[in-house]
Write a protein that binds this ligand. Sequence first.
Ligand code: UDP
Ligand code: MG
Length: 309
Amino acid sequence: MLSIVIPIYNEEGLINDLVDRTVAALEKFTTDYEIIFVDDGSRDKSLKNLLLHQDKNSKIKVLALSGNFGHQAAFTAGLEYSTGDLVGMMDGDLQDPPELFEEMYRKIIEEGYDIISGKRSGRKGKNSRNLYTFLFHLLFRNVTAIQNMENTGNFSLMRREAVDALLTMKEKIRYLPGLRAFIGFKQGYVDYIRDERFDGDPKMDLSKLFRLAADAIFAFSRFPIRLCLYMGMFGTIVFMFAGLYVIIAKIAGFAIIGWSSTMLSIYFLGSIQLISIGIVGEYVYRIYKESQNRPLYFVKKFHDGKLVK
Ligand code: UDP
Ligand code: MG
């Protein structure tokens, strides 16, 4: 069986097209499937729309979360409730074409892959988000040991073994594309052009997007804490020479008690220290979040078609 997990947050305008396109795409190559829509606490008619579709098609299941926990948590919830031997993840805004699941499926069945991720060979539309994504992947590639994650997102299809491996990682602050690249297995890719959003505004606003990028970097790299060390080393070297100069100037008797140099060193050292404290603070925050050990999400109701609504 094939399970497809799709997180939904305030997407009422595109639910109908999303359901129709996904169902049509899957039924081209299998009848044994389930689509798990995870409603991440939508405030519009998304949940109602989804339940209407479920009434008509029992292969559609709706996992209603009790609030908005973010799309990484929503994906995780869907993966945990999925029962398929193959499990796919796809955004709910039709930026990832569901028609591609057929190719992913064939690659896994016929070529023996465990995980196939969609690799974005390009993007339609021009906006600043594409630039941010490009910069993020550039940084991520250079500061982490994770290989081959570049230009992949959540869009993927995995064998059950890989999904189970993914779900053994219980960290609260999570970046699934990174974790998926981290677990090993035989990984393959299919190239695609990422569409523009079908309807509505992005539900990951810029602050959510930047937080996700920071979570990814902090989780897979020690670059941030190293940065403190590098800045400290740089400062030390600069001030060794500056110190030498001061001593020589004193001995040689041409020391001028300078205002500018004093001010500059205060600013320079002060900012290095503040940045370092900020970075250490990010780690403390992350340790705190993990140690709280709160559940990633709460479920209001799992509409799996079996229970009376
Ligand atoms: N989403 C979600 N919870 C959130 C934000 C987004 O479940 O808090 C869903 C959203 O409905 C969409 C998917 O996650 O199906 C990706 O969101 P979006 O398109 O805004 O992200 P982007 O394409 O910018 O990464
Ligand atoms: Mg999107």
